[in-house]
Design a protein around this ligand. Sequence first.
Ligand SMILES: Nc1nc2c(ncn2[C@@H]2O[C@H](COP(=O)(O)OP(=O)(O)OP(=O)(O)O)[C@@H](O)[C@H]2O)c(=O)[nH]1
Ligand SMILES: [Mg+2]
Length: 187
Amino acid sequence: MTSAADVDRLPETRAEVAVVGRSNVGKSSLLNALAGKRDLARVSSKPGRTQLLNVFAAGEGTTVVDLPGYGYAGTVSQATRGAWRQRMERYLLDREGLVLTLLLVDGEVGPTRLDLEMLGWLRGREVLFQIVATKHDKVKSSHRQKRKRELAERSGVDPGEVVWVSAEKGVGLDRLRAVVRDALNRA
Ligand SMILES: Nc1nc2c(ncn2[C@@H]2O[C@H](COP(=O)(O)OP(=O)(O)OP(=O)(O)O)[C@@H](O)[C@H]2O)c(=O)[nH]1
Ligand SMILES: [Mg+2]
């Protein structure tokens, strides 16, 4: 629908799901996979691709937002990174109609310090959230059970509460679509 630099510039929504996570965790790829479209959200192997709040229509007046990633360690200035982060946090605080935040954690890497900070921040503000572990295909199948337990434990949730996905291989997409649909329909 639109890209905006600020939450005040976003179109009204009946209900909205937001996608947050570390830069390069796979937010834009996951949105494309959920939608079944290749080039809806821009993907890049270089972190820091998504810098604005990008809004997508999800039917019947509902929307999904792709947010800038945090923890970007590239060559942009501290001030610019601070602006992206502020953009994301202001969004999460002020967005009317936000019903669910998907917090993406790299399934191969596990939750980083910044992911855990973000999680604490979301918990503190009682924004409803769902932890999604990405890049399932990159974890060797012999390591998966252990990795799933560890990721959940470090995040402070039960393993069954984490949705594992692979945008590349289509893993977990139906389950996540159901979570998103439920949240949007409840509103
Ligand atoms: N193997 C594998 N790679 C993935 C998967 N999802 C994303 N990637 C890769 O991870 C990189 C980053 O993907 P993006 O979707 O652009 O990540 P992002 O979180 O939107 O990044 P920013 O916009 O910079 O915050 C790209 O090279 C993708 O191809 C996945 O499920 N499996
Ligand atoms: Mg992106």
